[in-house]
Design a protein around this ligand. Structure first.
Ligand code: PLP
Length: 418
């Protein structure tokens, strides 16, 4: 700790006041917070139309796997320009379905990024296969195709890129690698509904693409997920897998006046309800508006933070139009006399609901214990992790909310600047 540590904002001491007159007093040191109430990092927006849509289903004959499921799937497939969309009870269940449809089984490997939510790698384990991590590119924090190539082995069956924060992965390069090595590409687009890559929409590009409808996402159904694909046999396998491995659903049997059904594979109950699909349908109508609002917010952030030497704003490659699920900045720690934990605490005290995405998956105790990771294996992801802070990003944010976030980041980083 430096000699002058007590002069550093945020290093609280009972015996000494910590603020030099050069700084506006930070809330963490007893100053006035930028906002009176906490601004969360993400939040759903539910309107009267959404509520009505759900109420209509509650008054109908079907609460699960009824007409809304098919309507939602068809509308979703049309929106992302895919041939088929199969709904699941969560993004995690959808990932599991995709891993099953891709044919992952014990002995296989699937290559994915460590900079993601654990569910991306867990779905490989659910199938008894092994997730192999490849480091990410320093600008986007998406899978680095060169690192992927180094890890392809005779056991590799799938590549699992993640569209981190809503910025599409290097899909053409990854697809080309997959074709060359005979692999299936499962894109984890849980952050990237509505994102574009070289003019194409996520959901229409990879063999299988997975989405999540968790409340902080672009479209909320409570819990919920979807897999899109252009191949009929994948769609068929996905539908069976989410319904116990049974070859027809209850509504189909009722329509056909049939009682007979066959379980042809081992599946799960991963069905999304009609209630959730009604909400999904009504939310889907607002997707365009939600995406534009997120892009507006991101543009304001980009302008503000590109001018701030203490932070690095997210990179945007020329070939993409991101969907901005998250807005993760990186702290330029070389220019700050503190670490991420203190900046995080200081921003929280200013009532800015910051978060961190992600603790690299291989560093979680489960992965360390099972696979022997020690840290240091994926230096780009690990270095980024030390610097990352996700700022609030959701379509319901007002301009004042955005201004508050910018003001708080400037206030805190200036106070800690070298
Ligand atoms: C990258 C990624 N993959 C998968 C998931 C899992 O989705 P869900 O929460 O819908 O199960 C998430 C959830 O946030 C995610 O961020």
């Amino acid at each position: 700790m430096p000699e002058t540590w007590h002069l550093i904002p945020g290093f609280r001491s009972c015996s000494m006041p910590v603020i030099s007159s050069k700084y506006e007093a930070l809330a963490v040191d007893g100053g006035t917070p930028v906002r009176k109430t906490l601004l969360p990092y993400g939040r759903q927006s539910i309107g009267e139309d959404d509520i009505q849509s759900v109420v209509d289903v509650l008054r109908s004959d079907w609460l699960t796997t009824g007409p809304r499921v098919t309507e939602f799937e068809e509308a979703f497939a049309a929106r992302v320009q895919a041939k088929y969309a199969v709904s699941f009870s969560s993004g995690t269940a959808a990932l599991h379905g995709a891993a099953f449809a891709a044919g992952l089984r014990p002995g296989d490997e699937a290559i994915t990024a460590p900079m993601t939510f654990a569910a991306t790698a867990n779905c490989v384990l659910y199938q008894g296969a092994t997730p192999v991590f490849a480091d990410v590119s320093a600008d986007t924090l998406n899978l680095d195709p060169d690192q992927v190539e180094l890890r392809i082995s005779p056991r590799t069956r799938a590549l699992l890129p993640v569209d981190y924060a809503g910025h599409p992965a290097d899909l053409d390069v990854i697809l080309e690698l997959a074709v060359r090595h005979g692999l299936v590409v499962i894109e984890d687009a849980c952050h990237a509904l509505g994102a574009e890559y070289r003019g194409r929409l996520t959901g229409s590009i990879a063999d299988l693409t997975v989405f999540s409808f968790h409340p902080v996402k672009h479209l909320a159904t409570g819990e919920g997920g979807m897999v899109t694909t252009n191949r009929a046999e994948y769609a068929e396998a996905l539908r069976r897998f989410r319904n116990h491995g049974i070859s027809s659903d209850a509504r189909q049997r009722q329509r056909d006046g049939q009682w007979h059904y066959e379980m042809v594979a081992l599946g799960f109950n991963y069905r999304l309800t009609d209630i959730a699909c009604a909400l999904g349908l009504s939310q889907l109508k607002k997707l365009e508006a939600n995406l534009s609002r997120r892009r507006e917010i991101a543009a304001r952030y980009q302008t503000a933070f590109r001018a701030l030497a203490e932070v690095t704003a997210p990179a945007i490659r020329t070939e993409v139009n991101p969907a901005w699920h998250l807005y993760p900045i990186r702290l330029n720690l070389e220019r700050l006399r503190t670490n991420r934990a203190q900046v995080f605490q200081a921003l929280r005290a200013e009532n800015i609901g910051v978060n961190v995405h992600y603790i690299p998956v291989h560093l979680h105790p489960y992965y360390r214990d099972r696979f022997g990771y020690r840290g240091g294996e994926y230096p780009v992801a690990e270095n980024a992790y030390e610097r990352l802070i996700s700022l609030p990003m959701f379509h319901g944010m007002s301009d004042q909310d955005v201004d508050d976030v910018i003001a708080a980041v400037k206030k805190v980083t200036l106070a800690f600047a070298l």
